[in-house]
Design a protein around this ligand. Structure first.
Ligand code: BGP
Length: 472
């Protein structure tokens, strides 16, 4: 079947600063939280690769921009590395070398006909602020972030018209404080809520500042809601899905889009003694500064059932007392990443936003397929014949476009990622790019088959898709 891409629907690609840049030119006090984690627990990073070299985008960005031009890419999202943007993170003294790099990247993109979209934080919180203030535990960090946002808008807002306050703001504290699986291994549900809240507040402050500057663009936030599916229609399973949605989706959607916190969330957290103190003035900032648009990272469905066992009273409160993860028999898998493949998430998420959040304008800011050992698919010319990635994109795009045809306000699809890049812990294990990166000293780039296919859909605004797809 032939699918036509709607007019003005963006077909873009994404990445982030810390996952590409590398440390060339990085100064002593410019570690981000990620850099610090890499230094402290290198053994958890696949084969020892990490942010230190990454793809060496600092020195090689023009190569990437040339390849973007070659496939006629029109939009590219990356982030500013907050930790590298200042030489003094409290006095807000800008690192002019790094700021010049960002400016050069923006100019190079624009010269190639690629619109830059910038995110202010893709987990790059400065480690000096983690040390001194315990990161997002502190209200002070919210104000420092707001100061940073203002300077970034002032410096680059003339050329950058689409901004994001955060990428997946729920993720670090969920891994660190809710699930305690990352350094520094502290389980603390209340701190998880505090970090969530401070990021919502920081985002609202950035929105406020951006609007005051009146630069003629728009500002959103990249969230990673999980489309939740209950195992069955039973009341208990439905409740499990609703609770998961409340604790992991509504917790950001509702304050950022509607300006308020869901009362049910507050009530449950209060009943379990983990709710946080909130100042009336800050709640007013959240209320008055909702997002202009939304970025949605969407990779896989979340399937839940009602819990099999009663909670252990000695275990600290965790929302998982309301659900167990459900393993659907026969599901299709991306075994490299361990994620289920279910392209209908695109359609279902689009309708969820339409029905629950006033059909706010949004776009897919990430979706993609990380695959291990891609060298086995290199042909005699060295090109990776990644047909599985093309099939994956086709099916996801098809469901997204179906939702657009039914009135969803989705403005585009941005693939993760333009080039292969570093993942937290998995490093270069799973490759996501349209462009392959060799792990040699030069970090040589080469176009994959999917890159050429992407070019063809950008040019023709059409693609073929099979009714059924198996992902091999
Ligand atoms: C998203 C992140 C990206 C990227 C992607 C792929 O959650 O925003 O930074 O890493 O996931 O996931 P992973 O790298 O864990 O395979």
């Amino acid at each position: 079947m032939k699918i036509t891409i709607p007019e003005n629907f963006i077909i873009g690609a994404a990445s982030s600063a810390w996952q590409t840049e590398g440390w060339v030119g990085k100064k002593e006090n410019q570690d981000s939280y990620l850099d610090r984690w890499y230094k402290n627990e290198k053994f958890v990073w696949h084969n020892g690769y990490g942010p230190a070299v990454a793809t060496n985008f600092m020195e090689k960005y023009q190569d990437d921009v040339d390849l973007m031009k070659e496939i006629k890419l029109t939009h590219y999202r990356t982030s500013i590395n907050w930790a590298r943007f200042f030489t003094d993170h409290e006095q807000l003294i800008v690192d002019e070398d790094y700021a010049q790099h960002i400016s050069d990247v923006i100019d190079a993109l624009l010269a190639a006909g690629v619109e830059p979209m910038l995110c202010l934080e893709h987990y790059e919180v400065p480690a000096v602020l983690s040390d001194k203030y315990d990161g997002w535990s502190s209200r002070k960090v919210v104000d420092l972030y707001a100061g940073y946002a203002k300077i970034a808008f002032e410096r680059f807002g003339d050329r950058v018209k689409q901004w994001f306050t955060f990428n997946e703001p729920i993720v670090p504290q969920t891994r660190i404080y809710l699930d305690a699986m990352r350094w520094p291994h502290e389980q603390n549900t209340q701190k998880w809520l505090l970090w969530n809240y401070h990021k919502v507040l920081a985002s609202a402050k950035a929105v406020e500042i951006y609007h005051e500057l009146n630069q003629g663009g728009r500002i959103g936030c990249v969230l990673n809601p999980e489309m939740v599916y209950a195992r069955s229609s039973s009341e208990a399973d439905q409740k499990a899905a609703a609770m998961y949605d409340l604790f992991f989706n509504q917790i950001f959607f509702t304050p950022m889009i509607k300006g308020i916190y869901p009362q049910e969330l507050i009530d449950i957290c209060q009943a379990h003694g983990v709710w946080i103190e909130t100042a009336a003035e800050d709640l007013a900032t959240i209320k008055e500064n909702t997002l202009d648009f939304l970025g949605v990272n969407q990779y896989y469905p979340k399937r839940v059932r009602s819990p099999k066992y009663a909670p252990n009273a000695e275990t600290p409160f965790h929302p998982e007392i309301f659900y167990d993860t459900f393993d659907l028999p026969g599901k299709q898998m991306n075994n490299s990443r361990g994620w289920e493949i279910y392209p209908q998430v695109m359609y279902d998420m689009a309708l969820y936003l339409k029905n629950n959040y006033g059909n706010i304008p949004w776009l897919i800011t990430e979706n993609g397929m990380g695959r291990e050992n891609e060298e086995q698919y290199q042909d005699e010319t060295g090109m990776v014949q990644d047909s599985y990635r093309i099939d994956f994109i086709r099916q996801h795009l098809r469901y997204l476009i179906k939702a657009v045809e039914e009135g969803a306000n989705c403005e585009g699809y941005m693939l993760w990622a333009f080039t292969d890049c570093v993942s937290p812990m998995n490093a270069f294990k799973n490759r996501y790019g349209l462009v392959r990166i060799e792990l040699n000293e030069e970090r040589t780039r080469s176009m994959k088959k999917s890159g050429l296919w992407y070019k063809s859909i950008i040019e023709t605004r059409q693609f073929e898709v099979a009714d059924e797809q198996e992902y091999k």
